[in-house]
Design a protein around this ligand. Structure first.
Ligand code: DC
Length: 219
């Protein structure tokens, strides 16, 4: 069974996907990690992304196929890739990059139950998924969660955030806007997806998604 969970960054996709996968014994395909890994490879080999042409993209994706597969399966040190979110967002808007990373994502798990999380899982990578979910939350919630995750007291957001924290939050919002408005595979609710607004209890959300998957399995 293939379940897709798409949505912008910072809406809780990964936490939700990980919990649901653990409860149901599904594997997880982390498409964001494959883009982050490719961004790291580009930075370490090419340096300047302006030098990235189609031939180079082909060579790099062929040469690092195993690393990219491992990243998609989450079999890597994720903390190492945290700094590549921004570059991942920039290079993921290059059509040839998406074209080359597409088959790697499709080859990640064959014949087993998995949840694929990202931006275009239900719309492009797995259009025939058994269940598609699109998750979002309000901008206020997104920013306050982000600030919380970088150790800020969200009760005092208006008074105590420093410039560094504001810069991080703004970067995060601008990355989201780039992913939402790019020409190729923008973040969007796929046709037929269940829309979920993640504003309230995480436990309730997990239960809801587990129920949706179980119901689909009975179909
Ligand atoms: O999910 P994430 O924050 O790890 O993703 C990092 C970047 O990778 C994101 O800003 C855009 C890109 N991405 C994408 O273009 N398509 C996906 N399916 C997943 C991520």
């Amino acid at each position: 069974m293939i379940v897709t969970v798409d949505g912008p960054s910072g809406v809780g996709k990964s936490s939700l996907t990980n919990r649901v996968a653990t409860e149901l014994n599904f594997k997880v395909l982390y498409s964001g990690l494959i883009y982050r890994k490719f961004a790291q490879i580009v930075r370490n080999t090419v340096g300047d992304i302006r030098l990235l042409d189609n031939n180079l993209i082909r060579d790099l994706t062929d040469e690092h196929r195993v690393d990219l597969l491992m990243a998609a399966r989450g079999e890597i040190d994720r903390s190492e890739l945290a700094q590549f979110a921004e570059l991942a967002s920039i290079i993921s808007a290059i059509p040839e990059v998406r074209r080359r990373l597409l088959p790697i994502q499709r080859d990640c798990y064959i014949g087993i139950d998995f949840i694929a999380e990202g931006r275009d899982m239900g719309s492009i990578v797995f259009p025939n998924a058994d269940l598609k979910i699109f998750i979002d939350c309000t901008l206020t919630t997104k920013i306050s969660r982000r600030l919380k995750s970088i150790s800020c007291d969200t009760n005092q957001i208006n008074f105590n955030v420093n410039q560094h924290q504001i810069n991080i939050a703004m970067k995060f919002v601008s990355r989201d806007l780039r992913d939402l408005h790019r020409e190729i595979a923008p973040t969007k609710k796929p046709e037929g997806a269940v829309f979920i607004l993640n504003e309230n209890s995480f436990e309730k959300l997990v239960k809801k998604v587990v129920r949706l998957i179980k119901l689909k399995k009975l179909d």
